[in-house]
Design a binder for this molecule. Structure first.
Ligand code: SF4
Ligand code: SF4
Length: 196
């Protein structure tokens, strides 16, 4: 049998409103969890999947060999790659330009961030670790065209000691030395002349 007070039980009439305010009171004294984005940006987890980056060797040459494995691995069909042949530093190919060690490089490289779901399968597929992901997550824009990133948008910045390609292989004439982790040769300057 229920207590009747305008149709509701005593519990519904007296206790439930107080219990509802109890949640409010408890929450009032808790530390707020609201993030003041974009005025305060909190760092992501170290392995957060953000915008991609095309990496370089220590001499500035590009690690991408234009193999398209990343494009084939992508479940969202977000990557477009066109490979091309490098020139040789000795000019035996007719004087073409060199952008990466070895035979091929990525002449065209695009990632469509309207499609990308930041799953990371492309970076797993890359055989040279040319493609990795940064922690950058601010990828919004006000038009579709600017969300298709070109190679120039994705290439890693030049660090000290790096030279913008095209140029000859500065670490070694053998591209295997690049993959083996050989470092740039030490150049000593003696009496104004550079010697290796
Ligand atoms: S992160 Fe995933 S969806 Fe985005 S380009 Fe790579 S494979 Fe495609
Ligand atoms: S980023 Fe890696 S997988 Fe993609 S084309 Fe370049 S070398 Fe190949």
């Amino acid at each position: 049998m229920s207590d009747t007070n305008g149709g509701g039980s005593l519990k519904e009439t007296l206790w439930d409103p107080i219990a509802g305010f109890g949640v409010t009171f408890r929450t009032m004294f808790r530390k707020p969890v609201t993030e003041q984005y974009p005025f305060e940006k909190r760092p992501t987890a170290p392995r957060f999947h953000g915008r991609h980056q095309l990496n370089r060797w220590p001499d500035g040459l590009e690690k991408c060999v234009g193999c398209e494995l990343c494009a084939w691995a992508c479940p969202a069909d977000a990557i477009y790659v066109e490979g091309a042949s490098n020139g040789t530093s000795d000019g035996t190919d007719g004087g073409g330009e060199r952008f990466s060690p070895g035979e091929r490089y990525g002449r065209v490289y695009q990632i469509n961030y309207l499609r990308c779901i930041l799953c990371g399968l492309c970076i797993e597929a890359c055989p040279t670790r040319a493609l990795t992901m940064t922690n950058e997550y601010e990828l919004a824009d006000d038009n579709r065209a600017d969300l298709i990133y070109e190679k120039s948008d994705l290439l890693a910045p030049l660090l000290p000691g790096m030279v913008e390609p095209p140029h000859a292989m500065l670490i070694s004439d053998d591209h295997h030395d690049y993959y083996a982790g050989k470092t740039l040769p030490v150049v000593e300057v003696t009496h104004g002349e550079a010697t290796e």
